[in-house]
Design a protein around this ligand. Structure first.
Ligand SMILES: Cc1cc2nc3c(=O)[nH]c(=O)nc-3n(C[C@H](O)[C@H](O)[C@H](O)COP(=O)(O)OP(=O)(O)OC[C@H]3O[C@@H](n4cnc5c(N)ncnc54)[C@H](O)[C@@H]3O)c2cc1C
Ligand code: SF4
Length: 551
């Protein structure tokens, strides 16, 4: 097959682009179109990035003005703009956008993972809750089931990059209302504010001694921004391009520079190395059933924690018999995903009229426990307003009218508790299939958090509170499978997120996390990608990396 290729940065078009609400001033986003059937144009790039989600997309943006020639490779396509983007029956009932293959548990039982293969990765569907980790998260913390380890860096190391990520993802927040995060700087945009039913909950929570805060959000509600504050944001793609996902915030601006190219519908099967195995030489990808090899001076893997581990394991060779960069045996291990519950609180007397509900969280249990469990419990935040078709999947036996009645009167919460890195929780491959070995730990803390949150919600006016733990398929916060650290015997990556074993191989998605602090991870992934970009630029400037290897 020929490897003729047209730069996607040049191939932009507007077909299918929806028009935003008449109240918005910004022009509608343009959509780069893919060039089907064509492979990569060049034989050598400075940087290849595999995976265009939060880590990979942000890194492409961070490198866009560096002078480096970057190829971003994505196995999926663009999410189409279509009215079904905002249709709960299509999105939740029919799983219209679910496109990941089945993964398997240790008993060989298949499940459909909560992961998406598109330009922008999982961020196309995320809730855009973009919080920083806390200072304490970078230090060791004792839990009942053991210690959550210290990171290889401090909060202060990431702080300037958090600031940059908040600018690029246009985070709206309130500087003063969250006592768990003292910040020296302001959010780029003011908090988006609660609707009356949520404000009422916030006021009541304060009266009983809690400290509800505004969720920092990456949606474009600036003056003149494109967001119409709709009810189908968390879990849905944004029909008007107003959610600051990796595609909208980073990849599109990066493509406009002409130094970054994007190859969609291209599955990277393997990272290739030079004969002595000390350097990555490029990747082997499959596009339209045809294999291509593409070379680069630096290769960055950013496929999401599970797929990045799988790619490294698949890339083993004579010099790396147990998988690429796996002399420590740690690739795939320490898979973390949070212990999660959905909690639905119902007041029979009050209709929840909120449209955009996801504005409030509280961190009163972030570092604290209770007298009967004196360890950190976790974090609680509102999710997007549940609608009847979204409940149908877990309660198929209940008629639609009853679900609609519940949904009208509920407020809907997500509870997360930290799970601890355990080498036995891991990703492996069997006959090329992904196997997830997962036994939840630190579960008692989650039970106590559930109890305490239920009590709180009753106090603030919700007598009926139901909760459900999530299972192996809810892995939206997957992390930890290619951990970074200073010791090459216990970590895969060095503190620059470069493989200890392969000097020009980096990993920038959530797999580098040594622990999974108990708040949404995406802003930290983005901040770290900005940090790693500095090391990549530095490495490109060194003579040792000047040759473009031929794979
Ligand atoms: C419904 C939902 C809601 C969420 N809400 C929030 C939230 O509010 N806040 C928050 O912080 N986080 C949220 N998350 C989690 C957040 O989206 C992830 O933490 C984040 O996207 C992870 O970034 P990543 O770069 O590690 O991986 P991803 O964003 O998953 O990107 C990985 C990319 O790699 C591609 N890829 C995989 N394998 C290959 C291959 N072999 N070859 C080529 N390409 C490949 C994938 O297609 C994908 O595009 C949510 C997730 C979901 C699903
Ligand atoms: S609320 Fe979310 S989905 Fe709706 S317009 Fe705003 S960013 Fe888009």
């Amino acid at each position: 097959m020929t490897s003729g290729h047209q730069s996607l940065a040049a191939a932009t078009g507007t077909a299918g682009t929806p028009q935003p609400s008449a109240t918005t001033a910004e022009p509608a986003p343009t959509r780069p179109t893919d060039v089907r059937g064509q492979g990569p144009q060049h034989t050598g790039y400075d940087v290849i990035i595999v995976g265009s989600g939060m880590g990979g997309g942000t890194l492409a943006y961070a490198l866009k003005d560096s002078g480096a020639r970057v190829l971003l490779i994505e196995r999926g396509d663009y999410v189409p703009y279509e009215r079904q983007n905002w249709d709960p029956v299509e999105v939740f009932g029919k799983g219209r956008y679910k496109n990941a293959e089945k993964w398997y548990d240790v008993d060989g039982k298949p499940f459909s993972p909560g992961t998406y293969y598109y330009v922008g990765g999982n961020t196309k569907f995320y809730g855009a809750s973009l919080a920083r980790f806390r200072r304490e998260d970078f230090r060791a913390t004792e839990h009942q089931d053991g210690a959550s380890p210290a990171w290889f860096m401090q909060y202060e190391d990431l702080e300037p990059y958090y600031r940059r990520a908040e600018q690029v993802y246009r985070v709206h927040g309130d500087n003063n209302d969250d006592p768990s995060l003292p910040r020296p700087d302001s959010f780029p945009f003011p908090a988006i504010g609660h609707e009356p039913p949520i404000q009422r909950i916030a006021d009541k929570m304060r009266k009983v001694g809690f400290t509800p805060s505004n969720i920092p959000l990456g949606i474009d509600l600036r003056q003149g921004g494109r967001c119409i504050r709709c009810k189908t944001c968390d879990g849905y793609p944004c029909l008007v391009g107003a959610k600051l996902d990796a595609d909208v915030a980073c990849i599109r601006p990066a493509l406009q520079t002409g130094t970054v190219e994007l190859l969609t519908n291209s599955y990277v099967e393997q990272v290739l190395t030079d004969p002595d195995g000390s350097r990555a030489s490029g990747v082997k990808l499959i596009r339209d059933g045809v294999g291509h090899e593409v070379g680069a001076r630096i290769v960055v893997v950013s496929c999401g924690a599970v797929n990045s581990a799988a790619l490294l394991l698949r890339s083993g060779n004579e010099r790396h018999p147990d998988g690429l960069a796996n002399s420590s045996g740690q690739v795939g291990r320490n898979y973390m995903v949070h212990n999660n519950s959905v909690m639905v609180a119902i007041s029979p007397w009050r209709v929840n009229t909120s449209i955009f509900q996801k504005t409030l969280y509280f961190n009163d249990f972030y570092t604290k426990g209770t007298p009967d469990h004196p360890f950190p419990l976790g974090h609680v935040q509102l999710i997007g307003k549940l609608q009847a078709p979204m409940l149908k999947g877990s309660r198929p036996e209940i008629p639609n009218w009853a679900l609609a009645m519940v949904a009208r009167r509920s407020t809907d919460w997500w509870l997360f508790t930290e799970d601890l890195p355990d080498p036995k929780n891991r990703v492996t491959l069997r006959d090329g299939k992904i196997i997830i070995h997962w036994t939840p730990n630190n579960v008692r803390a989650h039970e106590v958090l559930t109890r305490e949150t239920r009590n709180l919600l009753r106090k603030v006016g919700y007598p009926f509170v139901f909760s459900q733990r999530t299972g192996i398929e809810v892995n939206s916060h997957q992390a930890g499978t290619v951990r970074a650290g200073t010791d090459p015997t216990t970590s895969v990556l060095d503190p620059d997120c470069r493989a200890h074993d392969v000097q020009n191989l980096f990993v920038v998605d959530s797999s580098f996390f040594p622990s999974l602090p108990v708040i949404n991870p995406a802003l930290t992934i983005a901040a770290n990608a900005f940090r790693v970009a500095d090391s990549i630029v530095e490495q490109l400037a060194t003579p040792a990396s000047s040759a473009v290897p031929a794979p």
